[in-house]
Design a protein around this ligand. Structure first.
Ligand code: NAP
Length: 518
């Protein structure tokens, strides 16, 4: 975005830096430079000096332009460029303006009469999907001067993104189809998979020119845009919110390290069975989307097990026991498997430092994470004692889990917190206490539930599910008492590693993953 002639030099330098990071085209947004001769001169200079082939765009306000208060003289700009023989690779003109403005058509016509410059006809909707999208596209494709058709609209759900992929699949020529905002991020990452001419990226995270646009570095380093092809398998992190999930960071790095042709993209789906069902069905039905798996998080873990069961797929024994799933696998024949790797997140790291058979474990908390943890621990032969703020919820967990496990396991609720005299070998925190942004970031669950820090010593294992921050008040207490400590990242990595193995058949690159954890 070049707002005035003074900004031209720094814009050229920024584009040079983007070229160094792998961009191969630059769009000069000159919304504020189409007013007078000084602006035209600055535009000529930009195009002439551009370190990359460029798209020159002077966007009008109605379609997202930022030339507030300036009356753009676009015909004047394009004539000035044509008479100087200065050719951008493309000029982008809104389809509506192209149809209604004869003078604009004539001026652009002077630029595009050679093969050096092409016309992008575009349409943008910042509110939602245009109701007459199909008709608009027909009109644009029918235009004899068009080189590229571009359509961008604000996605209302990820189903809009899938429609953008359909448009690319069916395109009559070079096309750009992107959805804006958080439901459209996958269109920006996967454009190349569906034959989209290009995707846009911003120079940095605060420099987007459209909602949901990713930074160049994210697109190339995190999502590996250049390695995505029609055969690339798509994985998702589905939930709400998903924007801050670490899953794409780990699984995309895993694909890179292991040479696996896959990519993980965010799939935000709002709460509710209907939205979950519609979104997943739409992705599974899409002929070229290639959905191969998903990590599913709050609030959809129970919806995933229900969906797979109702579709005639397979629920692993762990899903039956936990009543929820965090992993979807789509087998090559299209059949579905729902798994739950959350339990492995607790059990895996604990088994590395202690024997769980016969161990007495104090479990603080009785929510969703606690349920999976209890089942995993009982399956390993541990005894579990539950401590929780809400007694009723703890009793419910004890009853459900005992019923699931056939009643032969040792799980009970105890009021008051765990004490030194109780003889626990491990204490695990499955509450949200100590979590940044949670109910009490400075609280230790041990004391909040009436327990005593005296039970911690070098023979006791302490695990905290909270991973933001890693050094929770509970972990700090454990370190002070020289207990063996397992922080929340180990749990997160272990459940993600189990997912990666299920999807790719390969071991997760744990050392690389550890170096990526914030
Ligand atoms: P959840 O279902 O909402 O359960 C929350 C638990 O915290 C309940 O036991 C609740 O007690 C307790 N709690 C909340 N506020 C409390 C307070 N002020 N005082 C005492 N207890 C309180 O949450 P969840 O999904 O199980 O997640 C629990 C934690 O595990 C979260 O921090 C989550 O980020 C973390 N987690 C980590 C991983 C990982 O891979 N590291 C994976 C899953 C979850 P009541 O029953 O009395 O409300």
């Amino acid at each position: 975005m070049v707002e005035d002639p003074v900004g031209v030099e720094s814009a050229l330098m920024a584009a040079g830096a983007a070229a160094g990071k792998g961009a191969n085209l630059v769009e000069w947004r000159v919304d504020g430079l189409c007013e007078d001769e000084a602006g035209f001169k600055a535009c000529r200079f930009l195009v002439e000096q551009s370190p990359l082939p460029c798209i020159l765009t002077c966007r009008i306000e109605e379609e997202g332009g930022q030339a507030f208060g300036i009356e753009p003289d676009r015909p004047g700009l394009y004539r000035a460029l044509a008479s100087a023989g200065v050719m951008p690779r493309y000029v982008d003109i809104e389809a509506a303006a192209w149809r209604s403005d004869r003078e604009l058509r004539m001026a652009v016509g002077e630029l595009i009469q050679t093969d050096d410059c092409g016309l992008i006809l575009s349409t943008h909707d910042f509110e939602g999907r245009p109701t007459d999208l199909a008709r608009q596209l027909d009109v644009m494709w029918a235009e004899e001067d068009v080189s590229v058709v571009k359509v961008a609209w604000r996605a209302r759900s990820i189903r809009d993104s899938l429609e953008a992929f359909d448009l690319l699949d069916e395109a009559a020529g070079p096309m750009i189809a992107l959805c804006m905002d958080r439901f459209g991020v996958m269109t920006r990452v996967l454009a190349g998979k569906f034959g989209g001419l290009l995707t846009f990226a911003s120079l940095g995270s605060d420099q987007e020119t459209a909602p949901g646009q990713l930074a160049l570095q994210q697109l190339r380093d995190l999502y590996r845009y250049d390695s995505i092809s029609p055969s690339t398998k798509v994985f998702g992190i589905l939930g709400d919110p998903v924007e801050h999930s670490l899953s794409p960071l780990l699984h995309n790095a895993g694909c890179r390290e292991s040479g696996f042709d896959g990519v993980m993209v965010p799939m935000p789906v709002v709460e509710g069975w209907e939205s979950f069902k519609a979104s997943l069905a739409c992705m599974l039905d899409h002929p070229s989307f290639n959905l191969s798996g998903m990590a599913v998080t709050s609030p959809h873990k129970q919806n995933l097990s229900r969906f797979v069961e109702e579709s005639g797929g397979t629920l692993t024994p762990m899903v039956h026991r936990c009543g929820s799933a965090n992993t979807l696998v789509v087998l090559p024949d299209g059949s579905l498997v729902a798994d739950n790797t959350d339990t492995q997140g607790v059990v895996g790291p604990m088994k590395q430092v202690m024997s769980l058979k016969g161990a007495r474990v104090a479990m603080l908390g009785a929510g969703g994470a606690a349920r999976g943890a209890a089942i995993g621990l009982l399956l390993e032969g541990a005894e579990v004692v539950v401590f929780n703020r809400s007694e009723a919820r703890a009793h419910e967990l004890v009853k459900d889990v005992s019923d699931q496990m056939g009643g032969t396991v040792s799980i009970e609720y105890q009021s008051g917190g765990p004490k030194a005299t109780d003889g626990f070998n491990a204490v695990i925190n499955m509450t949200t206490l100590g979590m940044q942004g949670g109910p009490a970031p400075e609280a230790s669950p041990l004391e909040a539930l009436g327990g005593s820090v005296d039970l911690l010593n070098e023979n006791v294992v302490v695990l905290d599910a909270v991973y933001s921050p890693l050094q929770t008040p509970f972990i700090r207490q454990a370190l002070d008492k020289e207990a063996k400590v397992i922080t929340g990242d180990a749990m997160f990595l272990a459940q993600a590693a189990a997912q990666f193995r299920t999807w790719t058949g390969q071991a997760a690159p744990l050392d690389a993953w550890k170096s990526l954890m914030p």
